[in-house]
Design a binder for this molecule. Structure first.
Ligand SMILES: Cc1ncc(COP(=O)(O)O)c(C=O)c1O
Length: 390
């Protein structure tokens, strides 16, 4: 289990490295791809073995009998998150962007609005707008650089058309692990304004030592009749290409509506994803995640120490996720200038903060799920690119 070994991904049809040149003008051998949220690591051996077994068998027909898969999810949620899930609560979607879209179509109508706590994962706004719904932005506030929830401020932003709130827990970007009190404040807000709460918990396993993720269903059991929880193996085990996610719904009425949308869209399981996810949710998978988080903790430390020593740059202290969130406002530079320095001078591809909505404008997001040497290289490139500020 070594995360230090570099693995070249160029030419493997991965978006992160093979779209580097078309989108950022950087060749893979000169640039650092630190944008898309997947990791530079192989998944645990138990996942590789499951795929190998499929290859050895060699017949790739439709998937059937999800008993082992459902058992694996229930085991993982119980063991890692203290949450007891019933098998009939679980829907399998083609990932959680797909899961979010299915929720938007299930529980809102064209012209309705969906609340996003910005800055937040950019795909949410994209799919809401593409579905003919509106986004109501309820920005997070910052306290000592950490995102905070201010529901009193949110009240002033409502248009009356809101039917749903999408929570990102832990939060991407910025890596906040919401406390039970914060989760309850969001739940109360949803009750007060009669909103469906979709809690996207895809980053729930990627929590640093000393932090504890709380499943929304445990923080606010009283809102089960308006709650949808989404989880996945893909972020945790670096198998996002398998396009598989869990949408977990305890309430029978919400479940029926969701099942209808699934049927209407013709969604059925991807066999590769089912086999990989079943293998991942295992004691071997759990040991791998523990080792991964120790490694990422080291990366986070190296990155923060280096970046925070550059005048004007501030790296947010991540509580979860491997997605560093760096504020460039202290440089006094316009957005175009700090982006140019990072992209053209340092040759690092990042996600631009503005794409995450209001509040992200002065930030860039750097993916730290790579061998430590790449993090060290990135810090050195940033030091050189902003050397005139020293
Ligand atoms: C909050 C959040 N939800 C969903 C996704 C993507 O999910 P999927 O690959 O399952 O569609 C991401 C990817 O970064 C994410 O950060």
């Amino acid at each position: 289990m070594t995360f230090d070994t570099p693995i070249s991904r160029a030419g493997s049809h991965c978006v992160k490295w093979d779209m580097l040149e078309p989108l950022y003008g950087l060749k893979p051998d000169e640039g650092l791809a630190m944008w898309v949220a997947d990791m530079e690591f192989k998944p645990p051996q138990v996942v590789q073995d499951a795929l190998q077994k499929m290859l050895d068998h060699g017949v790739y027909g439709y998937f059937g009998d999800d008993t082992a898969y459902l058992d694996a999810i229930r085991w993982w949620m119980s063991n890692r998150h203290g949450w007891e899930v019933q098998p009939d609560w679980i829907f399998t979607t083609h990932g959680l962007v797909n899961g979010t879209a299915l929720c938007v179509h299930s529980y809102t109508q064209p012209g309705d609005a969906v609340i996003l706590m910005t800055p937040v994962y950019h795909a949410f706004a994209r799919i809401i707008k593409a579905a003919g719904r509106e986004v109501t932005e309820c920005p997070l506030t910052l306290q000592d650089g950490l995102a905070q929830i201010d529901t009193a401020d949110w009240e002033k932003r409502l248009t009356g058309r809101e039917k749903m709130l999408i929570l990102c827990s832990p939060h991407n970007p910025g890596g906040r692990v919401w406390t039970t009190d914060e989760l309850r404040a969001v739940a109360d807000f949803c009750v007060k304004h009669d909103l469906i709460l979709v809690s996207d918990e895809i980053h729930h396993d990627l929590v640093y030592p000393g932090q504890k993720h709380t499943v929304m269903a445990l923080a606010a059991p009283q809102i089960a009749d308006r709650l949808v929880i989404m989880t996945a193996t893909t972020k945790t085990f670096n198998i996002a290409g398998a396009h598989i996610g869990n949408v977990i719904i305890a309430d029978p009425a919400l479940r029926k509506t969701f099942a209808n949308t699934m049927n209407a869209m013709g969604i059925s399981p991807n066999s590769f994803g089912m086999h990989m996810a079943t293998a991942a949710y295992s004691p071997e998978g759990a040991a791998w995640v523990d080792a991964l988080m120790r490694y990422l903790d080291g990366n986070r430390q190296v990155f923060d120490d280096g970046v925070n020593a550059i005048p004007g740059l501030r790296s947010t202290r991540l509580e979860a996720t491997y997605l560093a969130w760096v504020d460039f406002s202290g440089t006094g530079m316009a957005q175009g200038e700090f982006i140019d320095r990072v992209q053209k001078t340092a040759k690092i591809a990042t996600n631009h903060g503005a794409s995450f909505g209001t509040g992200g404008e002065t930030f860039l997001r750097f993916n730290l799920a790579c061998p430590r040497a790449q993090v060290v290289d990135a810090v050195a490139r940033l030091e050189r690119a902003f050397a005139d500020l020293q």
